[in-house]
Design a protein around this ligand. Structure first.
Ligand code: ADP
Length: 165
């Protein structure tokens, strides 16, 4: 059985992330989506608890997908979970260098771990959590970018705090 992990901040989860999760769940027996929270991003829009709930909500239709969170290094986390694969998404060329560097470091730290890159689907090539937040700030329609179950929550963050700042 091959277990793959898919890590990220998911602040918030986008349709681009979800597309990757769906594709990975068709290829690997078990996919663990892990929210990594001990990172540079000090001021997330959503708390870890909120993100966990959101990711669980939008992935519950995939029976072989689990949701978790961790502050470990990816290489360590994978070892702990018995995962042989880490899945990463590649959008524009700009992702490539950073992702390759990370893959090499992870391999050095955990030689059993392979990084699998999935190209972003054409529809979501330019989609990021930051873009979703920016659009939300301007009150744009998010339906082509964020899972419908969490659009209300994203909008609510900005209707409460946004206009004042
Ligand atoms: P990080 O903080 O690690 O960049 P993200 O939540 O932004 O966390 O992204 C997690 C993973 O999802 C990364 O591999 C990233 O390349 C991938 N990803 C993000 N957006 C998309 C998208 N629109 N299409 C495909 N992959 C994506």
């Amino acid at each position: 059985m091959t277990t793959a992990i898919y890590t990220g901040s998911f602040d918030p989860i986008t349709l681009g992330h979800l597309n990757l999760i769906k594709r990975a769940s068709r290829v690997f027996d078990r996919v663990i989506v892990c929210i990594m929270y001990n990172k540079d991003k000090q001021h997330p829009l959503f708390t870890l608890e909120e993100r966990l709930r959101q990711v669980e909500l939008v992935t519950k239709r995939f029976p072989n997908v689990e949701v978790d969170s961790s502050d470990l290094l990816v290489a360590e986390y994978a070892r702990l979970k018995g995962a042989g694969v880490v899945v990463r998404g590649l959008r524009a060329v700009s992702d490539y260098e950073k992702e390759c560097q990370m893959a090499l470091i992870n391999k050095r730290l955990n030689p059993e771990l392979e990084t699998f890159f999935l190209p972003a689907s054409e529809k979501y090539m330019y989609l990021s959590s930051s873009a979703v937040k920016e659009l939300a700030m301007f009150g744009a329609d998010l339906s082509a970018f964020a899972p419908r179950e969490i659009i209300g929550e994203i909008e609510a963050k900005y209707s409460r705090k946004g206009r004042k700042e």
